[in-house]
Design a protein around this ligand. Structure first.
Ligand code: 5GP
Ligand code: MG
Ligand code: MG
Length: 180
């Protein structure tokens, strides 16, 4: 069933059980690859909080978790272009194995900004896990995206951590903008 958030209608897109299934598979992959290491998961707030929580429950290797807060959208459905760091990484990650956890990679601007920041802190390795990827929108060089939940078209989506004007992050499923 379609839902309305403020002035816009959204249609059901990715059901929670499918998100769970993909998240479980990404967790299994991470467990195999990090068996002998203690990775640091860096969740990118706000959007990644739900994916981060569910992914962490699938991870059974010893690990640490922390967050960084970046913002590129300031309301609406199009990126503003300038990124602000509202909360910086509060731990020493030198020589650590980093897994960045993102909700969605659109143009890649946010991620390329974050990658520069993290590289400057001299970690041993960096991998990227994102729930959603819009391959056709990717214009910034972010290298390889190691773990991807779903590749989607260039549609605006909400739910499962993702917002429209601050609303909809609590939705269990993912919805996309309904264009009639
Ligand atoms: P990028 O910097 O890759 O262009 O955009 C990344 C950020 O823009 C995401 O972390 C997210 O906050 C926001 N964003 C990009 N596409 C969408 C979308 O379809 N829906 C929502 N709610 N946010 C998006
Ligand atoms: Mg994000
Ligand atoms: Mg947002």
């Amino acid at each position: 069933m379609n839902i309305t958030i403020n002035d816009k209608d959204f249609e059901p897109f990715i059901e929670h059980h499918l998100i769970e299934k993909r998240t479980r598979l990404i967790g299994i992959q991470i467990n195999l690859e990090y068996e002998k290491r203690v990775p640091v998961f860096i969740g990118v707030l706000n959007g990644s909080f739900m994916f981060m929580a569910d992914l962490m429950k699938e991870v059974n290797v010893s690990c640490e978790t922390t967050f960084v807060k970046l913002a590129s959208y300031h309301g609406g459905t199009a990126s503003s272009g300038n990124i602000t760091e509202e909360l910086s990484i509060a731990m020493n990650i030198k020589n650590r194995d980093i897994i960045i956890v993102e909700d969605i990679i659109d143009t890649g601007r946010t991620l390329s900004f974050l990658l520069e920041k993290i590289k400057a802190l001299e970690p041993a390795s960096i991998k990227i896990a994102t729930l959603l990827l819009k391959p056709d929108a990717l214009t910034f060089d972010v290298g390889e995206i190691d773990y991807v939940g779903f590749e989607i078209a260039n549609d605006f989506v909400v739910g499962y951590g993702l917002d429209y004007d601050g609303l909809g992050r609590n939705l269990k499923d993912i919805y996309r903008l309904y264009v009639g």
